[in-house]
Ligand binder design. Sequence first.
Ligand SMILES: [Mn+2]
Length: 239
Amino acid sequence: MKPIIGIVTDIDNNLVTAVPDAYNKAIEQAGGTPIVLPYVRDEQTLAEFVALCDGFLFSGGADIDPRRYGEEAKETCGGIEPYRDAMEFLLFQKALNASKPILAICRGIQLVNAVLGGTLYQDIPSEVHTEIAHRQTEPKFSPSHEVNVLADTPLHGLVNTDRIRANSFHHQAIKTLANRLKVMATADDGIIEAVWAPDHGYLRAYQWHPERLFEIDESNRLIFENFIEACRKHKPYNG
Ligand SMILES: [Mn+2]
């Protein structure tokens, strides 16, 4: 049986949920069974999700409410989604406590850092001097900037190269890194593009969107296959 991957969707302020198909497709093609998690209110239901799924994908989306990491929203902060924040903060903590493998993408890396006590740049263009367009205008499947893969990290061990092609659709990024996290990759301007947690079985988070590149780029394909492999190993009744 393939590992079941719970995908956390966008939950807008009208409680409409949606997820780009690219996440489902990448999970499926990497050997997992994607299921899209609806918005739920009850913590016990979230616990059932954690019991059901072999791994979790925290997907991209709107900005996290800065009050969640101890700041007031600046004018440059984007729209926020309180229902999504509330569900994701609880679900992420439960998945973490249950040692389930976690892959977090874009908003996901920001979520991981915020839940674990880090802070975010609310708006890169107004807070960081950079020549890099982290909000690219090219299509999502088109690599824009590259990232530097740090030596002696799980990502370097996986892709065995110092540079990965990435796309970029974010105006926020990690500012203060949470204590439990370590950097795996940075852009040339120093923006953190990938992190992991050494004290957790499998927690990997990426600021770019490998689900849009895995069909044309081997390193991005390996990111998904490696996650599914971790979920397969974690699956107790599948050896
Ligand atoms: Mn970027």
